[in-house]
Each structure stands twice: as C-alpha cells, then as structure tokens.
Design a protein around this ligand. Structure first.
Ligand SMILES: [Zn+2]
Length: 70
C-alpha cells in the first residue's frame, strides 16, 4: 500500500515491516500532514478502462448505425 503526499503528490512507501504504516513525513517536501493512502487503481489504469469502455460503446453504436443505414 502506498501513500500520496497531498502537498507535492510524491508517492511514498509505507513504513514498518508490512509497509502498511503511514510514513511520518514526506521524503520530498517534508510535510508531516496530508499523507493520504493511495486508493484503488492508479490513474493510468482508470484511463485505460475508460478508453476500453469508450471503444466498446463506439463499436456498439457503430454496429447499430450500420444496421439501421444498411
Ligand atoms: Zn510532499
């Protein structure tokens, strides 16, 4: 589980043996507050999912249009 600094958006590894404890401070800007748990999918994966869904919708609507037109 990673953490994100809300000040400078640096990704931080958690502390402790399990890497699950919140870091005490940001290694980049030294902020002690605003270190938030990284949640869910990384933005790149979310973007990829959006592209896949968009392509599927486009293919589907394209098929419907060609049926209606043809
Ligand atoms: Zn920071």
């Amino acid at each position: 589980m990673g953490y994100l600094c809300s000040q400078c958006h640096t990704r931080l590894e958690g502390g402790g043996e399990s890497k699950d404890e919140p870091p005490h401070r940001c290694t980049q800007c030294g902020a002690e507050a605003g270190l938030e748990k990284e949640k869910g999918m990384p933005p790149a994966m979310r973007y990829f999912g959006f592209v896949v869904v968009g392509a599927a919708v486009a293919a589907l609507s394209g098929g419907i249009i060609s049926r209606v037109a043809g």
